[in-house]
Design a protein around this ligand. Structure first.
Ligand SMILES: [Zn+2]
Length: 243
């Protein structure tokens, strides 16, 4: 009986390690996926910012062109001014020149503001490009590390489970089935060591008779609350020492 409990306790240790390994095997890819999602998101923001910068650059070229057109108009009006025949014509040309100069001044003010904004935006794009490439290389390094760790974990899991298979024949089939059923209902943990007269799994206080029975390891006792199969660490240590 005690040999069976010893084997079951070993299986429970193996299952706890397998559970930790499996959890890590699940968590690592999820973390890497989240990190790659961040890279993608940041890349999209950067692309949008670059597109805005390109729009602003195009707007600036359009303004440059407009300014050069206005400059041509200005020259034409000045040439016209040289050919005026009377005061009325001279006044008209003067008004025309004034209008063109005013429009050019407005355009130049706009252009300065736009150039200023473009300069700031370009700085921001450069900063974000640097941040993006840093995040990208961080994610790549993390992915490499994760792949190594995953390979390591898979090897560990194989070794751990190989030990488990060797122990199963030592335990009665019905006990093993009960154990697996409890495990499926109790976060993967099917056994619990008793501790100071309580169940180590759910901490319910056991009766003195239950504690004595478990310490003698005469049967597969279950916790009245969490149903886990209970054992005494001392009893198992003693049995292992005698084995
Ligand atoms: Zn319990």
């Amino acid at each position: 009986m005690i040999e069976q409990l010893v084997a079951l306790a070993k299986i429970a240790d193996i299952d706890a390690e397998a559970l930790r390994t499996e959890t890590e095997l699940r968590d690592i890819p999820a973390r890497i996926e989240a990190l790659q999602g961040d890279v993608k998101k940041l890349g999209e923001l950067l692309a949008a910012e670059k597109a805005q910068l390109a729009d602003a650059d195009r707007l600036l070229s359009a303004q440059d062109e407009e300014l050069s057109n206005q400059n041509q108009s200005l020259s034409k009006s000045k040439q016209k001014g040289a050919r005026v025949r009377n005061t009325r014509e001279a006044d008209a040309v003067e008004r025309e020149l004034e209008t063109i100069r005013r429009m050019m001044k407005e355009r130049e003010t706009e252009r300065e503001a736009l150039k200023d904004a473009i300069g700031k935006r370009r700085q921001s794009v450069e900063k974000h490009e640097k941040e993006f490439s840093e995040l990208e290389s961080y994610a790549a390094t993390e992915k490499q590390k994760a792949d190594l760790r995953l390979a390591e974990l898979r090897t560990t899991l194989q070794a751990v489970l190989a030990g488990r298979a060797a122990l199963i024949p030592k335990i009665p089939g019905d006990v093993m089935r009960r154990y697996d059923m409890i495990r499926s209902k109790r976060q993967g943990i099917g056994v619990a060591a008793i501790k100071d007269g309580t169940c180590g799994g759910c901490f319910v206080v056991l009766t003195p008779q239950q504690v004595i029975g478990i310490s003698r390891a005469e049967e597969f006792a279950q916790c009245p609350r969490c149903q886990r199969i209970l054992y005494s660490k001392e009893a198992i240590a003693k049995a292992s020492a005698n084995a």
